[in-house]
Design a protein around this ligand. Structure first.
Ligand code: SF4
Ligand code: SF4
Length: 160
């Protein structure tokens, strides 16, 4: 018997058959890697956040680009504190030497992780709220916003 009382046969019978051959992609349009990356960059410029969805594990069912006003998952996670999303492997970090305090990054953060310090006249990241989506980095006209591996930041290393 497996975990939770299921036999190995029960577990096998619950697997999607297409695991062996991959999902049915007939009828889907294919894009090159370059075109896909360019589309992601365009979406980021619009302030849209990329999210990866598995639907039927282990396949990636879709990569969504949207904002909180349209995304039920983001709304559930951020507004209603019902967490249906994992964070990315990065957290945002401001280069204080370069930041001009223009606040362009604050306008695109979907997760309420950015604030403005009037005392310093700089953007400030609440790294425990940051989901590491990186759209603030795309929005910064001064290249002052970076992404740091989550594992390197003690406060966020085990925060998913
Ligand atoms: S990387 Fe973090 S701070 Fe930047 S937009 Fe995404 S959630 Fe907000
Ligand atoms: S967009 Fe860049 S320069 Fe402007 S406040 Fe944000 S980090 Fe600073």
């Amino acid at each position: 018997m497996g975990p939770g009382g299921n036999s190995f046969g029960d577990i096998l019978s619950g697997l999607d058959d297409s695991f062996l051959t991959g999902p049915d992609t007939s009828g889907l349009e294919q894009v090159s890697t370059g075109d896909a990356l360019a589309a992601f960059a365009d979406h980021e410029k619009e302030g849209l956040c990329h999210t990866v969805w598995t639907f039927m594990t282990p396949f990636i069912g879709g990569v969504c680009n949207c904002d909180r006003s349209d995304c039920m998952a983001m709304k559930s996670t951020v507004v209603h504190d019902v967490k249906v999303m994992f964070r990315a492997e990065y957290v945002a970090e401001v280069n204080r030497d370069v930041c001009t305090g223009c606040r362009a990054c604050m306008r695109v953060c979907q997760f309420g992780a950015l604030a403005y310090s009037a005392a310093d006249q700089k953007a400030v990241v609440d790294q425990t709220a940051c989901y590491g989506c990186g759209i603030c980095r795309s929005a910064c006209p001064h290249d002052a916003m970076g992404l740091r591996p989550r594992a390197e930041v003690p406060a966020t290393a085990s925060l998913w």
